[in-house]
Design a protein around this ligand. Structure first.
Ligand code: ZN
Ligand code: ZN
Length: 69
């Protein structure tokens, strides 16, 4: 497997979030968890987390309105 960003370099690890192969220069090792150094994939993960939270909140509000009304 080659690095996602450097096609001439062998991948040293695989990003836990997006599954891309990364060379030493491109990966970030945080407590043994390898992710992309550019935080695009982490941001995307956080985006979905926030979206789920917002949807849950809306569902809760609708439930309360339904209960009160
Ligand atoms: Zn690379
Ligand atoms: Zn990634």
């Amino acid at each position: 497997m080659k690095c996602f960003n450097h096609h001439d370099r062998d991948a040293f690890g695989i990003c836990k979030v997006c599954g891309k192969g990364l060379c030493l220069e491109c990966l970030k090792d945080e407590k043994g968890i390898i992710t992309c150094k550019n935080s695009d994939c982490l941001n995307r993960k956080n985006f979905w987390k926030i979206l789920v939270m917002v949807l849950l909140f809306i569902a809760l509000v609708l439930l309360i309105i339904d209960f009160v009304g």
